[in-house]
Design a protein around this ligand. Structure first.
Ligand code: NAG
Ligand code: NAG
Ligand code: NAG
Length: 531
């Protein structure tokens, strides 16, 4: 018995290069989701509830997935998700969670795109302990997913890889080459230019397994969660002390029908990413809390008994809920009409939504707007004349303040311009968090739901380095208040309404530039670049 376990562990390490190096005394089970997704299209009930998502997703799991409802609380979404009638994944009744990730496209030599068909999703649940010998090893104190928990792992805007960053390391890819062919290494970006994946291609992402114990979601849908000291194991930080089972997605695609592996990298994620670094996964909890609680304490659910999760039926609390075969007739409870050609039946000339293929600096724009690239030189800091401080915001309250000291670059929020619909005008967005200026009582940042963006015009002031920022909806100017918040009711421009746009290298926007005159972001970039 012992030797067969170590052999299977060895095989797991070899075949998926995700070495489960700890002894197998931790709970582990897998959920297998059918290659036929529950839904494929531009919806996302976490990021853009009630409105179209930025890019096409492939959604698995419980039949109550929907566009979501704006303003719906995590608990309300949980109640809906949990009450689904069926799931396209392998554990019925007690798991109605929804799992999704961006769809994979193939770009034909003539530039058009097709959805790469088939491929299922395997969701691993692995409740790892902390560092060997440490307090979180002996007493990991695993908790079930709280009702309403939802989260995103990975970042659609990422186009680079930083090996010191756990959030980057959490994303990886495996090309399963033909037997006898050179083995493709597991990499953090696409490798389909170099290798031919005869036996399939896997896009993988680990979710963070440390919860702050309070918030079911957070403005960026990530910061209520944290990775342990390593991206897939280790101690949880004091800020996020509650260990929950770690999720790991393996999205499988049989890509051997599409030519690749000879230098050209022909695959692209639905978010316009040809690098793979922008792969991400979304999870909306739909588990029965008591069942997960039992799984975390019942010895039958340990990895050593479930065959590293491959035999979840051996885990007694879910024994009666593991399906013999996946429901091929589980459908969305409320059908969502297909409103756009997403490249399933015939190729599309561009990726649905506004997702130009960019190896760097993805631009923010909404459906119908013209995709344009914005270079780094197009981003700026906003310096208030009244306070002499930079404009930044509190990601929790969303309130924007002109109070950041100039000396610490990390306090200075970098802003850029985004498009708010075709020809409507531009929004100002945070380039760090991809969120947009909007007015309530004070200036806030919201996003990325297009319907919350507002249009701001940046007006150069005559004979000065300063600009005023006008809210087009109210036709009034932004003004910095004594408490550093920014209101949008000024009719007369005073110093409180003046800002200087400072480029990241410290340069000022040149004299004579009338921002409201520039016709596109390229123009803005080049004007900002010149000093
Ligand atoms: C592009 O190539 C694909 C695949 O060969 C083909 O189906 C499609 O019709 C072509 N589209 C155009 C516009 O040439
Ligand atoms: C890489 O990630 C580390 C850890 O988050 C961070 O300190 C460092 O600044 C990052 N490097 C770059 C170039 O972004
Ligand atoms: C932006 O960057 C691209 C690629 O490096 C370059 O070709 C283009 O000229 C740049 N545009 C501006 C306005 O600087």
């Amino acid at each position: 018995m012992a030797s067969s376990i170590s052999i299977s562990l060895f095989l797991v390490c070899l075949s998926i290069a995700v070495c489960f190096g700890q002894q197998e005394s931790y709970p582990m089970w897998k959920v297998f989701c059918s290659g036929r997704p529950l839904y494929r299209g531009r919806l996302d009930s976490i990021v853009t509830p009630g409105s179209p998502a930025g890019h096409v997703h492939k959604v698995m799991g419980g039949s109550h997935f929907s566009a979501g409802v704006k303003g719906q609380s995590p608990q309300e979404l949980f109640d809906v998700t949990k009450s689904a009638d069926c799931t396209t994944c392998s554990i019925h009744t007690v798991d109605n969670s929804n799992y999704w990730h961006p769809e994979l496209y193939y770009q034909w030599p003539n530039g058009t795109f097709s959805v790469v068909p088939d491929g299922g999703l395997t969701v691993y649940y692995i409740a790892r302990t902390g560092e060997a010998g440490g307090p979180q090893y002996n007493n990991p104190n695993w908790q079930p997913f709280p009702k309403g928990l939802r989260m995103i792992a990975g970042d659609p805007w990422r186009r680079t890889y930083n090996k010191s960053d756990n959030t980057h390391n959490a994303v990886s890819f495996v090309c399963l080459t033909d037997f006898g062919m050179p083995n493709a290494p597991e990499t953090n970006g696409f490798q389909t230019d170099k290798y031919f994946c005869k036996n399939g291609f896997r896009m993988q992402v680990f979710f963070p397994m440390c919860w702050d114990g309070i918030n079911l979601d957070s403005p960026n849908h990530r910061s209520h969660m944290a990775y342990p000291s390593q991206y897939n194991t280790g101690d949880c930080p004091a800020s996020h002390p509650v260990r929950i089972p770690g999720l790991f997605f393996e999205a499988f695609y049989a890509i051997d029908k599409f030519p690749h592996g000879t230098g050209r990298q022909p695959f692209v994620l639905a978010n316009g990413d040809p690098t793979g670094y922008g792969f991400h996964g979304d999870f909306v909890n739909g588990w029965d809390v008591d069942v997960v609680k039992n799984m975390l304490s019942d010895k039958s659910c340990l990895a050593s008994n479930t065959n590293l999760g491959n035999n979840p039926e051996r885990c007694l609390p879910i024994q009666n809920f593991v399906k013999k075969s996946i429901d091929s007739d589980c459908e969305l409870a409320k059908a969502i009409p297909l409103t756009e050609n997403i490249g399933m039946v015939e190729p599309v000339s561009r990726l649905p939504g506004c997702n130009p293929i960019l190896y760097s600096n993805p631009v923010v724009c909404s459906e119908g707007s013209e995709p344009r690239s914005m270079n780094n030189s197009g981003t700026f800091h906003l310096l208030s004349k009244r306070t002499g401080r930079y404009v930044t915001f509190n990601p929790i309250t969303e309130i924007v303040y002109a109070n950041a000291p100039a000396i610490n670059p990390s306090y200075r929020e970098t802003w850029g311009l985004g498009w708010a619909g075709r020809d409507l005008g531009r929004t100002i967005r945070s380039t760090e968090l991809n969120r947009h200026f909007t007015m309530q009582d004070t200036l806030r940042v919201r996003g990325p739901e297009p319907d919350t963006w507002e249009i701001f015009e940046i007006e150069k002031q005559a004979n000065s380095d300063y600009v005023a920022i006008k809210n087009r909806r109210h036709n009034k100017y932004l003004q910095v208040e004594p408490d550093f918040t920014i209101t949008g009711t000024a009719t007369i421009i005073t110093d409180a309404c003046l800002f200087r746009l400072v480029t990241p290298d410290g340069g000022h926007v040149p004299q004579g530039l009338t921002m409201s005159d520039v016709t596109n972001l390229q123009g803005l970039s080049s004007n900002l670049g010149k000093k």
